[in-house]
Design a protein around this ligand. Structure first.
Ligand SMILES: *[C@@H]1O[C@H](CO)[C@@H](O)[C@H](O)[C@H]1NC(C)=O
Length: 286
């Protein structure tokens, strides 16, 4: 039994810590990577505690190994001190057996309890009415006790439901399995993409070279065409010029001929006019 003084100190500590916990279940991380939802409010019988967990898709904690127990104690001690009354997920299926060795079971997974952490002289099944398991404030270090499932009012510890944990494990294994071919696919895709882009850029380069060549040929054709056209134009010009020259010459010649003819005619007519005038004068002078 603790001394009066340290008992009072313990009570004070518990009151203070209860104020911190505040009756609202809170999550705590364990050093082994587990997480626990813990409510220190001592108002639940075992079934209520179980349902508080179940409503959150959780289960009352199942402590299958010494390692898990020790890690959990390391979570509990900073919250509640040396010990505290908290329901665990184990019971004896209402056994009437008072034997300490009677079987207990973890109630969510249904697995028989193999690791145990009983306080001295427990589980005693006092009055054949103690079937549910809790960490015991009356003993140090959160040692376990069997107690009345329906009447005792304790806090509780929930953890991730074992099915959820199994599903998570399966899922992560599947993801791992999927990841490998996926990575391979990804790599292949990248390789193909690289190949494709190389091909594309080589085609583009080829295309560009082809276009340059095409432009050059076109340019040559245009140049030649231009030359041919100007050559042909010059030829035509020459032809037109010579045609015009010939024509001018012919016109000149004709003009000259006309002029000569005109002169001859005028000479001829003036002679005849002269003769006619003499005749006329003669007639007048008669
Ligand atoms: C517990 O660990 C998780 C990461 O796993 C983190 O997100 C969370 O904040 C931690 N909670 C507390 C109360 O430390």
């Amino acid at each position: 039994m603790p001394t009066g003084r340290s008992f009072n100190f313990g009570s004070l500590l518990i009151v203070t810590l209860l104020a911190i916990v505040g009756g609202v279940p809170q999550w705590y991380n364990s050093t082994d990577g587990r997480q626990y939802l813990i409510d220190g409010d001592r108002k639940y019988n075992w079934f209520e505690a179980r349902h508080e967990c179940a409503r959150r898709n959780l289960q009352l904690v199942e402590i299958e190994t010494k390692e898990k127990n020790e890690a959990l104690l390391a979570v509990l001690k900073p919250i509640f001190g040396n010990s505290y009354n908290l329901w665990l997920g184990a019971m004896d299926e209402y056994s009437r057996d008072k034997n300490f060795e009677r079987p207990f079971y973890w109630s969510s997974s249904g697995k028989p309890m193999t690791f145990s952490y009983w306080s001295d002289n427990n589980p005693d099944n006092h009055k054949e009415d103690e079937h549910c398991v809790h960490t015991w404030a009356s003993k140090s270090n959160y040692l376990w006790n069997d107690n009345r499932c329906d009447h005792q009012r304790f806090g509780f510890i929930c953890e991730d439901h074992y099915l959820h944990a199994e599903q998570q494990k399966m899922l992560s294994e599947k993801v791992q399995k999927l990841r490998q071919p996926n990575a391979k696919l990804f790599e292949e895709y990248h390789l193909q993409q690289k190949e494709y882009s190389e091909k594309l850029s080589s085609l583009l380069a080829e295309n560009e070279a082809g276009e340059m060549e095409f432009k050059e040929v076109l340019h040559n054709i245009y140049t030649k065409l231009e030359f041919d056209i100007s050559h042909a134009l010059a030829q035509h010009q020459r032809e037109v010029n010579s045609l015009v020259e010939n024509r001018n010459e012919a016109v000149h010649k004709r003009n000259a001929e006309l002029r000569t003819f005109n002169e001859e005619m005028s000479k001829k007519f003036s002679k005849e006019l002269e003769a006619a005038k003499i005749v006329y004068d003669d007639v007048l002078t008669v």
